[in-house]
Write a protein that binds this ligand. Structure first.
Ligand code: 5AD
Length: 467
């Protein structure tokens, strides 16, 4: 287990990262691989290498066909601990049957078909059976506590770095999920075009303004307008909406999260009063990107969008899912290299969580442990970054929000959408939308944050370079 470096060597890498704010790609591979290999997998697992899986490969069609039996049973078997527990419970019973039907058709076939080709090559020897076994190991937790020891070291460094810049402040953003119509068909996402079971909605401008008003009363000074790429929301409509919010709430930040647009469109939104833009890159590895998205989407265009946004003057957020299907240690190292290059102001990191009506329904979810580790790493790379403890993390782990903050995150994004649509913005199964992630529970959020030594801030919470 220690053949590729022990705990002390990893701590030294973390100190180097803190000092230089960057590591070589090989060093990232060693660090991430070391941690991934200690998610409780058997000793000698290949987790420390570049090509070692962090996410599960999709079952091939033959396996998928059996998913009411084997796969579901394996998943159920995981439910003894941690993140796996929450994610696992979902894939059993009726959901699994629904999913089995889906996996035989359309996009699923395209995706599944790939498993036998190139992807399978990358995961040499990695049968779905072995993946399931590893998952059982994951649920059992680290065997020797070394992984947890490194976490404690990393989170302590990350916490100090954050406190030196932002103190113990946690910034809040009111999230308004204003449309779940989407023209895209990303294989992982519950509101993908191809999901005929999604119950679609879009809010009117007046409804969105009403969300802002109640949010403002509650104390929010940032509104995040997030939605699918909804053709109804033309540039003109978005401009009109942004201008209306800007006029009524001059002291608030407006964040857009509405996908890939032309540079001209981004410029128009900015001129209308938008300050920030969230657009996760999802994965910085081109081959991996193509396994998560249909051919009409490209990493190249995603990167172009992010650079355009930055040049225009937005505070920009990129980000990625942890444990998405086919993700390897090398993919995550690539994500960190990209983040080092882009130097975004915000980074959204959350575990992949399968959605029952997508081609990835049968895939294993990412772990909260790996997500927390990457939050800590990200804080050390970009000390001033605004880093949310995401809803997906809160979904994968009951106290995920708090743990995320302790690992280096400093933002939470409670949901300001009207209650009747919250359940419809379902990117993944069992997404939480009541409790502290609900905007109206701000007092409870404040108490939870105070309980771990942090204070919910009342200001806009701009990036240090924008104050
Ligand atoms: N699990 C976790 N995160 C997801 N997202 C979309 N689908 C899923 C899923 N199944 C994330 C993507 C996207 C953001 C809005 O939500 O990273 O950028």
């Amino acid at each position: 287990m220690n053949s590729r470096g022990g705990l002390e060597e990893m701590k030294a890498l973390i100190l180097k990262l803190e000092e230089k704010r960057m590591l070589d790609r090989e060093e990232f591979v060693r660090l991430i691989g070391w941690r991934a290999a200690r998610l409780g997998r058997a000793a000698g697992s290949p987790g420390e290498q570049e090509g070692s899986p962090v996410g599960s490969p999709l079952p091939d069609p033959a396996v998928a066909g059996k998913s009411t039996g084997g796969a579901a049973q394996n998943d159920a078997g995981k439910s003894t601990g941690g993140a796996a527990q929450n994610v696992a419970g979902k894939v059993t019973g009726e959901a699994a049957r629904d999913v089995a039907g889906n996996v035989t058709g359309g996009a699923a076939q395209n995706v599944a078909g790939k498993v036998t080709g190139e992807a399978a090559g990358n995961f040499a020897g990695e049968s779905t059976g072995q993946v399931a076994q590893k998952a059982v190991g994951n649920a059992a937790g680290g065997a020797d506590g070394e992984g947890e020891a490194l976490d404690a070291f990393l989170f302590d460094r990350a916490d100090r770095v954050r406190k030196a810049i932002y103190g113990n402040k946690v910034y809040i953003r009111g999230l308004i999920e204003f449309t779940n119509y989407c023209r895209n068909n990303c294989y992982y996402c519950g509101i993908r075009r191809g999901n005929g079971r999604a119950s679609r909605y879009r809010l009117t401008e007046e409804e969105i303004l009403a969300c802002c008003r109640s949010g403002y009363e509650l104390g929010f000074r940032t509104f995040v307008l997030q939605g699918g790429e909804d053709p109804y929301h033309t540039d003109d409509r978005v401009v009109k909406l942004v201008a209306a919010i800007r006029a009524e709430f001059p002291d608030c930040a407006i964040t857009l999260s509405i996908g890939e647009k032309s540079r001209e469109s981004y410029q128009r939104f900015y001129d209308a009063g938008a300050d920030r833009y969230l657009l996760r890159h999802e994965t910085a590895d081109d081959a991996h990107y193509r396994r998560l998205h249909p051919p009409e989407l490209s990493l190249e265009n995603r990167r172009r969008c992010l650079w355009d946004l930055k040049e225009i003057g937005y505070q920009v957020g990129c980000g990625f899912m942890v444990g998405s299907p086919w993700q390897t240690v090398g993919c995550l190292a690539q994500d960190l290299m990209f983040i080092g290059e882009l130097e975004p102001h915000m980074v959204g990191i959350g575990p992949f969580i399968p959605h029952r009506d997508t081609p990835f329904a049968q895939c294993e979810g990412g772990t909260a442990e790996m997500t927390l580790f990457l939050l800590g790493v990200c804080r050390l790379m970009l000390p001033e970054v605004l880093l949310p403890a995401t809803t997906a993390l809160g979904t994968a782990l009951a106290d995920g929000r708090e743990q995320g903050i302790k690992a280096g995150a400093n933002v939470v994004m409670p949901n300001l959408s009207p209650g009747n649509v919250r359940k419809k913005y379902l990117l993944y199964d069992n997404k939480i939308c009541t409790g502290d992630e609900a905007a109206e529970s701000l007092q409870s959020l404040r108490e939870h944050m105070a309980g771990i030594g942090y204070e919910v801030a009342v200001d806009r919470g701009d990036h240090k370079k924008y104050i």
